[in-house]
Design a protein. Structure first.
Length: 320
Protein backbone atom coordinates (compact mmCIF):
# COMPACT_ATOMS: atom_id res chain seq x y z
CA UNK A 1 0.00 0.00 0.00
CA UNK A 2 1.40 3.41 -0.84
CA UNK A 3 2.23 6.17 1.59
CA UNK A 4 -0.98 8.03 0.79
CA UNK A 5 -2.96 5.14 2.27
CA UNK A 6 -1.10 5.09 5.56
CA UNK A 7 -2.39 8.45 6.74
CA UNK A 8 -5.76 9.29 8.25
CA UNK A 9 -8.18 11.01 5.86
CA UNK A 10 -9.50 13.49 5.05
CA UNK A 11 -6.15 14.98 4.01
CA UNK A 12 -6.28 17.44 1.17
CA UNK A 13 -3.81 17.17 -1.71
CA UNK A 14 -3.31 20.58 -3.30
CA UNK A 15 -0.57 19.80 -5.83
CA UNK A 16 0.72 16.60 -7.39
CA UNK A 17 3.74 15.42 -9.36
CA UNK A 18 3.20 12.36 -11.59
CA UNK A 19 5.82 10.34 -13.48
CA UNK A 20 4.42 10.02 -17.01
CA UNK A 21 7.40 8.55 -18.92
CA UNK A 22 10.53 6.59 -18.07
CA UNK A 23 13.19 5.65 -20.60
CA UNK A 24 16.27 3.64 -19.74
CA UNK A 25 17.59 3.13 -16.23
CA UNK A 26 15.84 5.26 -13.61
CA UNK A 27 14.92 5.01 -9.90
CA UNK A 28 11.18 5.29 -10.57
CA UNK A 29 8.28 3.91 -12.60
CA UNK A 30 5.47 5.33 -14.71
CA UNK A 31 2.61 6.29 -12.42
CA UNK A 32 4.71 7.14 -9.37
CA UNK A 33 3.14 10.11 -7.62
CA UNK A 34 4.00 12.63 -4.90
CA UNK A 35 1.48 15.03 -3.38
CA UNK A 36 1.76 18.27 -1.45
CA UNK A 37 -0.97 18.31 1.19
CA UNK A 38 -2.78 21.35 2.54
CA UNK A 39 -0.88 21.05 5.83
CA UNK A 40 2.43 21.41 3.98
CA UNK A 41 3.52 17.77 4.24
CA UNK A 42 4.53 15.58 1.31
CA UNK A 43 3.28 12.06 0.63
CA UNK A 44 4.46 9.55 -1.94
CA UNK A 45 7.65 9.47 -3.98
CA UNK A 46 8.78 10.05 -7.55
CA UNK A 47 12.03 8.19 -7.11
CA UNK A 48 14.41 9.96 -4.76
CA UNK A 49 17.75 11.70 -5.26
CA UNK A 50 18.27 15.16 -6.72
CA UNK A 51 15.35 14.66 -9.11
CA UNK A 52 12.92 14.28 -6.22
CA UNK A 53 14.59 17.13 -4.33
CA UNK A 54 13.88 19.44 -7.28
CA UNK A 55 10.29 18.17 -7.54
CA UNK A 56 9.76 18.94 -3.85
CA UNK A 57 10.82 22.54 -4.49
CA UNK A 58 8.37 22.81 -7.39
CA UNK A 59 5.53 21.35 -5.35
CA UNK A 60 6.18 23.84 -2.56
CA UNK A 61 6.42 26.87 -4.84
CA UNK A 62 3.73 29.53 -4.16
CA UNK A 63 0.24 28.51 -5.23
CA UNK A 64 -0.01 31.79 -7.15
CA UNK A 65 2.72 30.49 -9.48
CA UNK A 66 1.54 27.91 -11.99
CA UNK A 67 3.85 24.86 -11.92
CA UNK A 68 5.85 24.01 -15.06
CA UNK A 69 3.83 22.06 -17.61
CA UNK A 70 6.46 19.38 -17.96
CA UNK A 71 9.77 18.54 -16.30
CA UNK A 72 12.27 16.25 -17.99
CA UNK A 73 15.27 14.82 -16.15
CA UNK A 74 18.22 13.25 -17.94
CA UNK A 75 19.86 11.27 -15.20
CA UNK A 76 23.50 11.92 -15.96
CA UNK A 77 26.36 13.30 -13.91
CA UNK A 78 25.26 16.89 -14.59
CA UNK A 79 22.08 16.20 -12.59
CA UNK A 80 24.07 14.37 -9.89
CA UNK A 81 22.32 11.10 -10.77
CA UNK A 82 24.23 8.72 -13.00
CA UNK A 83 21.43 6.21 -13.69
CA UNK A 84 21.57 7.07 -17.39
CA UNK A 85 17.83 7.16 -18.10
CA UNK A 86 15.33 9.91 -18.73
CA UNK A 87 12.23 10.71 -16.68
CA UNK A 88 9.25 12.94 -17.54
CA UNK A 89 7.25 14.38 -14.64
CA UNK A 90 4.11 16.50 -14.82
CA UNK A 91 3.08 18.78 -11.95
CA UNK A 92 -0.52 19.90 -11.52
CA UNK A 93 -2.74 21.69 -9.05
CA UNK A 94 -5.43 19.47 -7.53
CA UNK A 95 -8.95 20.95 -7.26
CA UNK A 96 -10.72 20.26 -3.97
CA UNK A 97 -13.47 18.54 -5.99
CA UNK A 98 -11.12 15.62 -6.72
CA UNK A 99 -9.68 15.10 -3.21
CA UNK A 100 -11.44 11.79 -2.69
CA UNK A 101 -9.58 10.33 -5.67
CA UNK A 102 -6.35 10.34 -3.67
CA UNK A 103 -7.49 7.78 -1.13
CA UNK A 104 -6.12 4.26 -1.42
CA UNK A 105 -8.00 2.17 -3.97
CA UNK A 106 -9.12 5.08 -6.18
CA UNK A 107 -8.39 5.51 -9.90
CA UNK A 108 -7.60 8.77 -11.70
CA UNK A 109 -7.59 9.93 -15.30
CA UNK A 110 -5.78 13.04 -16.51
CA UNK A 111 -6.02 14.97 -19.78
CA UNK A 112 -3.04 16.67 -21.41
CA UNK A 113 -3.71 20.21 -22.64
CA UNK A 114 -2.05 22.00 -25.57
CA UNK A 115 0.87 23.07 -23.36
CA UNK A 116 1.52 19.50 -22.28
CA UNK A 117 0.17 20.08 -18.78
CA UNK A 118 -1.85 17.33 -17.08
CA UNK A 119 -5.25 18.19 -15.67
CA UNK A 120 -7.47 15.87 -13.66
CA UNK A 121 -10.51 14.90 -15.70
CA UNK A 122 -12.21 12.01 -13.90
CA UNK A 123 -11.83 9.20 -11.46
CA UNK A 124 -13.41 6.39 -9.52
CA UNK A 125 -13.27 6.41 -5.71
CA UNK A 126 -12.34 3.35 -3.67
CA UNK A 127 -16.07 2.87 -3.01
CA UNK A 128 -16.88 2.92 -6.73
CA UNK A 129 -18.28 6.46 -7.02
CA UNK A 130 -17.54 7.95 -10.44
CA UNK A 131 -16.42 11.57 -10.67
CA UNK A 132 -16.00 13.46 -13.94
CA UNK A 133 -17.11 13.21 -17.54
CA UNK A 134 -18.51 10.04 -19.04
CA UNK A 135 -16.02 10.03 -21.93
CA UNK A 136 -13.07 10.30 -19.56
CA UNK A 137 -14.41 7.56 -17.32
CA UNK A 138 -14.76 5.30 -20.37
CA UNK A 139 -11.04 5.74 -21.08
CA UNK A 140 -10.19 5.05 -17.44
CA UNK A 141 -12.23 1.84 -17.31
CA UNK A 142 -10.25 0.49 -20.27
CA UNK A 143 -6.89 1.17 -18.61
CA UNK A 144 -5.06 -1.84 -17.20
CA UNK A 145 -1.82 -0.13 -16.14
CA UNK A 146 -0.50 3.40 -15.61
CA UNK A 147 0.29 5.22 -18.84
CA UNK A 148 -0.78 7.32 -21.80
CA UNK A 149 -3.44 6.26 -24.25
CA UNK A 150 -2.61 5.79 -27.93
CA UNK A 151 -3.25 9.41 -28.87
CA UNK A 152 -1.36 10.67 -25.81
CA UNK A 153 -4.28 12.84 -24.76
CA UNK A 154 -5.00 10.95 -21.56
CA UNK A 155 -2.90 9.55 -18.75
CA UNK A 156 -4.49 6.85 -16.62
CA UNK A 157 -3.68 5.82 -13.07
CA UNK A 158 -5.93 2.80 -12.42
CA UNK A 159 -6.14 1.56 -8.85
CA UNK A 160 -3.46 -1.03 -8.09
CA UNK A 161 -4.64 -4.61 -7.95
CA UNK A 162 -4.48 -6.10 -4.47
CA UNK A 163 -3.49 -9.76 -4.79
CA UNK A 164 -5.25 -11.91 -2.16
CA UNK A 165 -2.85 -13.26 0.47
CA UNK A 166 -4.17 -15.67 3.10
CA UNK A 167 -1.96 -16.34 6.11
CA UNK A 168 -2.80 -19.33 8.31
CA UNK A 169 -1.21 -18.72 11.68
CA UNK A 170 -1.18 -15.42 13.57
CA UNK A 171 2.01 -16.17 15.47
CA UNK A 172 5.30 -14.30 15.32
CA UNK A 173 6.05 -15.15 11.69
CA UNK A 174 2.49 -14.51 10.52
CA UNK A 175 2.49 -11.12 12.19
CA UNK A 176 5.86 -10.23 10.67
CA UNK A 177 4.66 -11.20 7.19
CA UNK A 178 1.41 -9.25 7.58
CA UNK A 179 3.14 -6.09 8.79
CA UNK A 180 5.38 -6.03 5.71
CA UNK A 181 2.92 -7.37 3.14
CA UNK A 182 0.28 -4.72 3.71
CA UNK A 183 2.72 -2.17 2.27
CA UNK A 184 3.05 -4.21 -0.93
CA UNK A 185 -0.50 -4.09 -2.32
CA UNK A 186 -1.64 -7.47 -0.99
CA UNK A 187 -5.20 -7.96 0.26
CA UNK A 188 -4.49 -9.69 3.55
CA UNK A 189 -6.50 -12.16 5.58
CA UNK A 190 -5.06 -13.88 8.66
CA UNK A 191 -6.65 -17.06 10.05
CA UNK A 192 -6.05 -18.39 13.55
CA UNK A 193 -8.51 -20.14 15.90
CA UNK A 194 -6.52 -19.09 18.97
CA UNK A 195 -8.39 -16.04 20.19
CA UNK A 196 -5.40 -14.70 22.09
CA UNK A 197 -3.38 -14.59 18.85
CA UNK A 198 -6.18 -13.59 16.46
CA UNK A 199 -6.03 -10.05 17.82
CA UNK A 200 -6.85 -7.36 15.23
CA UNK A 201 -4.86 -4.84 17.27
CA UNK A 202 -1.68 -6.79 16.44
CA UNK A 203 -2.14 -6.21 12.70
CA UNK A 204 -2.48 -3.23 10.39
CA UNK A 205 -6.10 -2.06 10.19
CA UNK A 206 -6.39 -3.19 6.56
CA UNK A 207 -5.87 -6.84 7.55
CA UNK A 208 -8.92 -9.09 7.99
CA UNK A 209 -8.41 -11.31 11.06
CA UNK A 210 -10.52 -14.49 11.15
CA UNK A 211 -10.78 -16.72 14.24
CA UNK A 212 -13.63 -19.00 13.14
CA UNK A 213 -14.18 -20.73 9.80
CA UNK A 214 -15.22 -23.99 8.18
CA UNK A 215 -13.53 -25.93 5.41
CA UNK A 216 -16.30 -24.82 3.08
CA UNK A 217 -15.28 -21.21 3.78
CA UNK A 218 -11.72 -21.91 2.69
CA UNK A 219 -12.20 -21.77 -1.03
CA UNK A 220 -9.44 -19.90 -2.85
CA UNK A 221 -10.49 -16.25 -3.18
CA UNK A 222 -9.02 -15.86 -6.69
CA UNK A 223 -7.02 -17.75 -9.26
CA UNK A 224 -3.89 -15.75 -8.40
CA UNK A 225 -4.25 -16.00 -4.62
CA UNK A 226 -1.32 -16.64 -2.31
CA UNK A 227 -1.76 -19.02 0.65
CA UNK A 228 0.88 -19.23 3.39
CA UNK A 229 0.63 -22.01 6.00
CA UNK A 230 2.41 -21.47 9.32
CA UNK A 231 0.14 -22.61 12.16
CA UNK A 232 1.17 -23.87 15.61
CA UNK A 233 0.18 -27.45 14.64
CA UNK A 234 1.91 -29.66 12.07
CA UNK A 235 -1.28 -31.70 11.79
CA UNK A 236 -3.23 -28.57 10.94
CA UNK A 237 -0.51 -27.48 8.53
CA UNK A 238 -0.84 -30.76 6.63
CA UNK A 239 -4.64 -30.62 6.62
CA UNK A 240 -4.51 -27.11 5.15
CA UNK A 241 -1.88 -28.17 2.61
CA UNK A 242 -4.02 -31.10 1.46
CA UNK A 243 -7.06 -28.83 1.27
CA UNK A 244 -5.38 -26.24 -0.95
CA UNK A 245 -3.19 -28.54 -3.04
CA UNK A 246 -5.76 -28.76 -5.83
CA UNK A 247 -6.76 -25.09 -5.91
CA UNK A 248 -5.60 -22.87 -8.81
CA UNK A 249 -3.30 -20.71 -6.70
CA UNK A 250 -0.42 -18.44 -7.65
CA UNK A 251 1.63 -19.60 -4.66
CA UNK A 252 1.15 -22.11 -1.87
CA UNK A 253 3.79 -21.88 0.84
CA UNK A 254 4.42 -23.99 3.92
CA UNK A 255 6.85 -23.08 6.68
CA UNK A 256 8.95 -26.21 7.05
CA UNK A 257 12.27 -27.75 7.90
CA UNK A 258 13.76 -30.21 5.43
CA UNK A 259 12.45 -33.16 7.43
CA UNK A 260 8.95 -31.67 7.71
CA UNK A 261 8.92 -30.92 3.98
CA UNK A 262 10.01 -34.50 3.18
CA UNK A 263 7.39 -35.98 5.52
CA UNK A 264 4.61 -33.85 4.01
CA UNK A 265 5.74 -34.63 0.44
CA UNK A 266 5.65 -38.37 1.12
CA UNK A 267 2.19 -38.06 2.68
CA UNK A 268 0.91 -36.15 -0.35
CA UNK A 269 2.31 -38.81 -2.69
CA UNK A 270 0.70 -41.62 -0.67
CA UNK A 271 -2.63 -39.79 -0.86
CA UNK A 272 -2.34 -39.59 -4.65
CA UNK A 273 -1.77 -35.84 -4.96
CA UNK A 274 0.26 -34.38 -7.78
CA UNK A 275 2.77 -31.80 -6.56
CA UNK A 276 2.01 -28.50 -8.35
CA UNK A 277 4.70 -26.05 -9.45
CA UNK A 278 3.22 -23.37 -7.21
CA UNK A 279 3.95 -25.33 -4.00
CA UNK A 280 6.92 -23.90 -2.08
CA UNK A 281 7.89 -26.07 0.86
CA UNK A 282 9.85 -24.74 2.62
CA UNK A 283 8.62 -21.36 1.49
CA UNK A 284 10.82 -18.34 0.96
CA UNK A 285 14.32 -17.76 -0.36
CA UNK A 286 16.87 -20.01 1.38
CA UNK A 287 19.61 -18.92 3.74
CA UNK A 288 18.20 -15.61 5.00
CA UNK A 289 17.76 -16.60 8.64
CA UNK A 290 15.20 -18.05 11.02
CA UNK A 291 13.99 -15.04 13.00
CA UNK A 292 10.40 -13.98 12.16
CA UNK A 293 11.43 -10.78 10.29
CA UNK A 294 14.07 -12.72 8.36
CA UNK A 295 11.55 -15.39 7.36
CA UNK A 296 9.04 -12.68 6.38
CA UNK A 297 11.61 -10.97 4.17
CA UNK A 298 12.56 -14.26 2.51
CA UNK A 299 8.91 -15.11 1.74
CA UNK A 300 7.95 -11.67 0.50
CA UNK A 301 11.12 -11.45 -1.61
CA UNK A 302 10.07 -14.67 -3.31
CA UNK A 303 6.53 -13.36 -3.85
CA UNK A 304 7.85 -10.07 -5.27
CA UNK A 305 10.15 -11.95 -7.64
CA UNK A 306 7.20 -13.96 -8.94
CA UNK A 307 5.13 -10.78 -9.27
CA UNK A 308 7.87 -9.10 -11.33
CA UNK A 309 8.22 -12.15 -13.56
CA UNK A 310 4.48 -12.07 -14.22
CA UNK A 311 4.56 -8.33 -14.91
CA UNK A 312 7.43 -8.67 -17.39
CA UNK A 313 5.58 -11.51 -19.13
CA UNK A 314 2.40 -9.43 -19.48
CA UNK A 315 4.31 -6.41 -20.78
CA UNK A 316 6.18 -8.57 -23.27
CA UNK A 317 2.93 -10.16 -24.39
CA UNK A 318 1.36 -6.75 -25.04
CA UNK A 319 4.40 -5.63 -26.99
CA UNK A 320 4.19 -8.68 -29.21
Amino acid sequence: MNALASRQWPLLPVREAVVTRVQGSAPTVVGASMCLLADGSLLGTVGGGRMEYQICQVLRSPRSEAPPALLTFTLGTVDDQCCGGQVEICVLDVPLFFSELYQSGASRLYQRDSAGRLQLAAGITRLGRQIGSFDALTVLLRAEAPGMDVEERHFALPAPYHQPLWIFGAGHVGRAVARMAHELDFALSVFDERVEWADPAAFPPEVAVVDQWSWVDLRAPAIDAVVLIMTYSHAMDYALLEHFIGEPLAYLGVIASRSKAARFSHALARAGHNIPDYLHMPMGLPGLGKNPPEIAISVLAELLRLRQQKTRFLIKGKAE
